[in-house]
Design a protein around this ligand. Structure first.
Ligand code: ATP
Ligand code: MG
Length: 505
């Protein structure tokens, strides 16, 4: 056995040695003519590619963005303080690329593929960071749900695999939490996750990585990070690099979820870069092609058809608004590119409604068709219930007397709002969500409005103990048949008798 292996190895080596040829490697070299603010003009370096990586003699990397007859304008990827006028520059002949493949799982890399977690990274598999989006004929409609485990989202703003759903809201409204919780909820599924941090504080990124690690989510995730301390060019590259990593998986038929946290900072980094390159500024001083910046990025997320491996990339881009203003330049751009948005509101967040989803302003344009039929069965009226409740609650707050029907509606609405609250890192399974909503529809929580959280928790524990078969069936098939619905209703009534009616007497 061992001899056989040795023979194979030596035969392989002999073959390689016989066919070995020394080939000259030709590099084009230029000279730095001007440097400042992270931007460099290089002369005597013609015929470069757009986006090509340049290597300076001091070991610093740059990216060619302005191609001129005799040279290039480039931005520096690393810290620029060592680059000086007269220094030699070498064109590498390749545009920026990142490693892809299974070796990346559990790793943290920067946008040009250098590991940030202190461990070596060995791979020969690379993809260029910029690639064109899949063609129209290579795609198929979104048809499988991607469960977030967050009741308010899965029931009213469902997301499908291959969809692009924007998470938008002011600062500190729980945007990152929703995205990270969605990653945590993929533990049981076959979805690989990529978290791309752009322009955030390094401490925040470290915290997110910590959350992922603590919940064993790094076992199926990759983190691509360019923090606020990195150059604008690095921040600009980060989401494209992360998408290339996702494409590496999706082309092999895998399902991938990618989070861009956040694209507002990405646009700002691009603005900085463009202004330094003296490109003409437009609205809000962003360059003219800032729409294309995000559209070409998000178009790469898609659901591929069977001929192309049946994989998918689901994107959750995050946008930070200022003062709830959704009609600013970047937010409107990204809203128009994505297939819907989850709108988070400061007021809701501070009044204790967390996750602070404003269901009136949130939509999912394609996810409904991918929703589990069990969920569709029990979630149909929720949006209307909520909007009626909000309208009514505004009137009732004047303190006027209300009739019984209105009071009942207010109670029901209050129950729903309370039910939709959910702490961080506590995803529900499909069956748990369906059970809670069925209980709500059948007014099981009547009389327990004050201690609703505790009752809901007790209900879930009760179901877990007594109805594990039913739970498994619903979770596996995604369906709630008539007989299962009857069964669930009966169990819920039993629970009400034992735990709510029994106690209130
Ligand atoms: P930033 O604008 O700083 O990026 P963000 O919008 O991403 O903020 P998060 O960092 O996700 O918001 O959350 C802000 C704070 O709210 C955190 O302290 C987090 O623990 C808390 N939080 C988020 N979601 C919930 C929740 N469902 N229940 C309780 N607390 C939450
Ligand atoms: Mg955040």
């Amino acid at each position: 056995m061992a001899d056989n292996t040795n023979e194979k190895i030596s035969a392989y080596l002999k073959r390689k040695i016989a066919s070995f040829q020394v080939q000259p490697i030709v590099y084009h070299r230029g000279t730095v003519a001007k440097v400042g603010d992270g931007v460099v003009r290089v002369t005597d370096l013609p015929d470069r590619l757009y986006g090509e990586l340049l290597e300076f003699d001091g070991g610093v990397f740059g990216m060619a963005l302005d191609l001129e007859e005799n040279g290039v304008g480039a931005v520096l990827l690393d810290h620029a303080d060592t680059v000086h006028v007269g220094e030699g520059v070498r064109g590498t002949g390749v545009v920026a690329k990142v490693p892809v493949g299974n070796t990346l799982i559990g790793r943290i890399i920067d946008p040009i593929g250098r590991p940030l977690d202190g461990l070596p990274l060995e791979t020969d598999d690379y993809l260029p960071v910029e690639q064109s989006a899949p063609a129209i004929m290579d795609r198929q409609p979104v048809h499988t749900p991607l469960e977030t485990g967050i009741l308010a989202i899965d029931s009213m703003i469902p997301i499908g695999r291959g969809q692009r759903e924007l998470i938008i809201g002011d600062r500190q409204t729980g945007k990152t939490s929703i995205a990270v919780d969605t990653i945590l909820n993929q533990k049981q599924s076959d979805v690989l996750c990529i978290y791309c941090a752009i322009g955030q504080k390094a401490s925040n990124v470290a915290q997110t990585v910590q959350t992922l690690r603590q919940n064993d989510a790094l076992d199926y995730s990759v983190v691509v990070a360019a923090t606020a301390a990195d150059s604008p060019a690095m921040q600009y590259l980060a989401p494209y690099a992360a998408t290339a990593v996702a494409e590496g998986f999706a082309r092999k038929g895998k399902h991938v979820l990618i989070v861009y946290d956040d694209l507002s900072k990405h646009a700002v980094a691009y603005r900085t870069m463009s202004l330094l390159l003296h490109r003409p500024p437009g609205r809000e001083a962003f360059p003219g092609d800032v729409f294309y910046l995000h559209s070409r990025l998000l178009e790469r997320s898609a659901c591929l058809d069977e001929a192309h491996g049946d994989g998918s990339i689901t994107a959750l881009p995050i946008i930070e608004t200022v003062g709830g203003n959704m009609s600013a330049y970047i937010p409107t751009n990204v809203i128009s590119i994505t297939d819907g948005q989850i709108y988070l509101e400061s007021d809701l967040f501070h009044s204790g409604v967390r996750p602070a989803v404003n269901t009136g302003l949130s939509v999912s344009r394609v996810g409904r068709s991918a929703q589990h039929s069990a969920m569709r069965r029990v979630s149909g009226t929720l949006r209307i219930d909520l909007s009626q409740y909000r309208e009514m609650a505004a009137f009732a707050s004047f303190g006027s007397d209300v009739d019984d029907a209105t009071r009942q509606m207010l109670n029901k609405g209050r129950t729903l709002v309370e039910l939709l609250k959910q702490p961080r890192s506590a995803p529900y399974t499909l069956f748990e969500q369906v059970a809670l909503l069925t209980a709500y529809q059948q007014q099981i929580f009547e009389g327990a409005e004050n201690g609703l959280r505790a009752v809901a928790t007790a209900l879930l524990a009760f179901l877990k103990e007594n109805e594990s078969d039913l739970a498994e069936r619903v979770n596996q098939t995604g369906e709630l048949t008539d007989s299962d619905y009857e069964r669930l209703s009966a169990v819920l009534r039993e629970f009400k008798e034992q735990h709510i009616n029994g106690k209130s007497e």
